[in-house]
Design a protein around this ligand. Structure first.
Ligand code: ZZB
Length: 258
């Protein structure tokens, strides 16, 4: 499986647990299958209970992701020696929340890392970029935070990290309109990020229609079909040094090697 790895650079002020990296290029990295949606990022998701690591890459500064993802990357030329990565720090997700980040393509100058409880540890980097306009999971998790003050308080999330961020219309799907995730969330009467079955259904609908019938509403490829611009936008991100390609091995290999 090929993913686009989006680099989100940590901005000042660095949180306590990342102070040792001040002055260095430090990136949260998120694996996505939808590079064409990066115009609509509003935040980044971290699981409060997952353990992340910081490790040095050859060309991209320090990366923060799960150990499993770092291990995969070490076989893809990200580190000096094949199969080896040096852990500089181990940090639990809780301590990585509320961090200000710079991410490519989005209209928001600064976005924040926020808690999502449905992140899977064994997929991608364990860090997810959030596009609430087109990803039902992201919209559900963002609404959960915006609606529930106790939820924000529990994780020390300040209002300014959440409240100003609205889904951005970035692509149009004929039957779903220009805020697909919002449309499907309402249509399927999704209640929260834990509404698993409905969210799976919404995601499938969005993927299928989006790929074949979706048309971009912003940027240089405005008016073009998603299937025609996906690769071009991925390449643009890579050329800008904002993303890299990352491969995820087959599931069987992952479980065999731990
Ligand atoms: C941005 C984005 C925009 C995404 C969108 C989706 C959508 P898949 O198909 O199941 O492989 N993701 C990545 N890693 C994780 C994780 N560890 N736990 C939970 N979610 C994760 O799903 C790949 C997508 O799932 C990725 O692409 C990422 O969210 C998320 F408009 O990135 B995506 C209809 C979906 N739309």
């Amino acid at each position: 499986q090929e993913y686009t790895l989006i680099k989100m650079e940590v901005l000042e002020p660095f949180p306590e647990v990342l102070k040792q990296f001040q002055g260095k290029t430090l990136n949260f990295v998120a694996a996505t299958l939808r590079p064409e949606t990066m115009y609509g990022q509003t935040n980044c998701w971290v699981h409060p209970e997952i353990k992340y690591i910081a490790f040095e890459t050859v060309k991209h500064g320090v990366f923060i992701c799960t150990r499993r993802a770092a291990r995969n990357m070490s076989y893809q030329g990200f580190t000096e020696k094949d199969g080896e990565y040096k852990i500089i720090a181990e940090i639990v997700g809780l301590d990585l929340l509320g961090v200000a980040l710079k991410s490519p393509f989005t209209c928001y100058q600064k976005i924040y890392s926020l808690p999502m409880l449905t992140i899977k540890e064994d997929k991608g980097t364990g860090i997810v970029t959030s596009v609430p306009s087109d990803s039902p999971d992201d919209y559900a998790a963002l609404v959960d935070l915006q609606k529930k003050a106790p939820f924000r308080e529990k994780y020390g999330i300040q209002d300014y990290m959440v409240m100003p961020f609205k889904p951005v219309s970035i692509l149009e799907i004929p039957e779903f309109g220009n805020l697909t995730a919002v449309f499907l969330y309402d249509k399927l009467k999704i209640q929260s990020q834990n509404d698993k079955d409905k969210l799976t259904q919404a995601k499938e609908m969005a993927y299928l229609k989006g790929f074949y019938d979706g048309v971009l509403l912003v940027g240089d490829y405005k008016g073009e079909k998603i299937q025609d611009v996906k690769k071009k936008l991925q390449q643009r991100l890579i050329d800008d040094n904002s993303a890299v390609i990352y491969y995820e091995p087959e599931k069987t290999i992952i479980s065999r090697s731990g």
